[in-house]
Design a protein around this ligand. Structure first.
Ligand code: NAG
Ligand code: NAG
Ligand code: NAG
Ligand code: NAG
Ligand code: NAG
Ligand code: NAG
Length: 425
């Protein structure tokens, strides 16, 4: 049953918080990022921005001024490097078509080299002095508004606005006759301020564009194995709620190979609905059509066929065990090993109900005794999974399944009729 389980146990993490939004095209998988999830995303973005900005070098600043009595003074600030950023407070708010991320009370610490030179009519030579300086910015505000839209089946980010504002900036000079120049440096505050503001804004916009190009590289289908892929084309959204974002993707399995056009069994608009309870960051709802589309692809690929020659109790695969049940079989082939050839006659039908998934399988089984093929059995068995309440993302999934109902019917047999009721458990 490997193939079936592989796709069944794919990702079921459905939630009661399904669609509060209207959809124009049917998405069979819908993902809702909750408020908690958005906070997580925001923290991740800010963490990333801090890492990018720390050790950032700002453009050098050169400035000349004529100062009465003294003459022409030129100053240069070089190697202006950010070495520490602290973001004590940040928020993410959803709007109609996007999100606003804002950080306030940000502290930025920078180091730089300063150099002053001036020539005056009092002295025949140019005088210069230099040293290092530390700059502390407090109460900086940064805001970024990003619109997100569905462009051709992938999410596209558009930066609507990005701003950075510094409240206060303190510059402390060290080295040289720094006490003397401390007064002059304040004349360059505005220049330093605007350089910091422009550079940080530019870097944040660059980061958002990088995020966008990352989104553009996301595939529209994910190959699950050589047989099936999942169509992850975005069909709806993103739809922004007050504190959540919903994205609907097509979510149906399609053949990985150049396959035939498929028609899915049940296009049931009812979304699966299990695992309520604690607040999750990401809630994913799957329509049962997702499972059925997988079932059809595997079936059409001819993979719903198993040869069973090993079972936990190996004696069951010997005609001797069937002596009383099918006397003619034992008589014809005494003490011979058997191999079961199980073939599904149609794709399994999967119905998703609250707390469980019911799978109905119609199969034929051919029993091979040694090299003789002898056909009997079996029709229609139905089983049901209980509590598919598991789910961890990536390839690590676990769940429990239980056989609920099992019906066998003898279609025809080369070894005479026998009582199916004896086999059923
Ligand atoms: C520039 O500043 C950084 C950080 O303070 C320092 O490590 C580096 O040596 C400086 N480079 C120059 C050329 O002063
Ligand atoms: C800047 O200096 C002023 C006065 O010296 C002080 O009141 C203020 O707290 C300082 N700000 C920073 C960011 O250090
Ligand atoms: C949408 O996707 C199709 C197929 O991938 C492509 O041909 C078309 O140019 C895309 N349109 C836009 C607006 O990106
Ligand atoms: C969103 O908030 C507004 C005002 O706070 C409220 O009227 C509306 O019902 C909320 N919508 C949802 C989907 O929670
Ligand atoms: C994937 O889903 C999109 C959106 O529903 C649809 O237009 C497209 O045809 C699907 N791709 C395949 C290969 O079925
Ligand atoms: C198993 O049964 C299928 C369908 O009846 C048949 O096509 C296939 O050849 C059989 N395989 C073996 C190994 O007997």
């Amino acid at each position: 049953m490997g193939a079936i389980l592989v796709f069944l146990i794919l990702s079921i993490f459905a939630s009661p918080a399904t669609s509060q939004f209207q959809s124009s095209e049917t998405g069979f998988i819908s993902a809702v990022i909750s408020e908690k999830g958005l906070v997580f995303v925001k923290d991740l973005l800010i963490e990333n921005a801090i890492q990018t900005l720390t050790s950032l070098t700002l453009p050098d600043i050169h400035q000349s001024k004529k100062i009465p009595l003294i003459g022409g003074v030129s100053a240069s600030l070089t190697n202006i490097t950010v070495y520490h950023i602290d973001v004590p407070c940040s928020t993410l708010q959803t709007g109609e078509s996007g999100v606003v991320v804002a950080a306030s009370g940000v502290t930025v610490e920078l180091s730089m080299n300063w150099k002053y030179s001036y020539s005056t009519w009092l002295l025949p030579i140019e005088i210069s002095d230099e040293g290092t300086a530390s700059v502390k910015v407090e109460g900086m505000e940064v805001g970024l508004t990003i619109n997100v839209e569905n462009q051709n089946g992938t999410l596209k980010l558009n930066i609507a606005q990005c701003g950075c504002y510094l409240e206060d900036i303190n510059i402390t000079l060290d080295g040289g006759a720094s006490w003397f120049y401390q007064g002059f440096i304040d004349a360059f505050k505005d220049k330093i301020r605007s350089t910091i503001e422009t550079t940080i804004t530019k870097k944040i916009v660059e980061g958002a564009l990088k995020l966008d190009s990352l989104l553009q590289t996301l595939p529209k289908k994910i190959d699950v194995d050589k047989v099936v892929s999942l169509n992850v084309t975005v069909v709806n959204g993103p739809l922004f709620g007050n504190s959540s974002v919903e994205v609907d993707i097509n979510g149906l399995f399609i053949p990985s190979y150049d396959g035939t056009v498929l028609r899915y069994l049940n296009k049931n608009p009812q979304l699966s609905d299990f695992c309520g309870g604690e607040v999750k960051m990401l809630e994913i709802s799957l329509d049962e059509a997702v499972f059925n589309s997988g079932s059809v692809v595997y079936f059409q690929a001819g993979l719903m066929n198993w040869l069973v020659d090993k079972v936990p109790d190996q004696s069951l695969l010997n005609t001797a065990s069937w002596r009383y049940l099918i006397p003619k079989l034992y008589k014809k082939y005494p003490n011979d090993d058997m191999v079961l050839n199980i073939t599904l006659s149609s794709p399994p039908i999967i119905k998703v109900r609250t707390k469980n998934i019911r799978v109905t399988i119609f199969s034929d089984m051919i029993v091979n005794v040694l090299d003789f093929e002898l056909r009997f059995l079996l029709h229609a068995y139905q089983w049901r999974f209980w509590r598919l309440g598991f789910l961890r993302f990536r390839n690590n999934l676990a769940g429990s399944a239980q056989l609920d109902d099992f019906t066998l019917k003898l279609k025809w047999s080369e070894v005479g009729n026998f009582h199916m009721s004896l086999i059923q458990v």
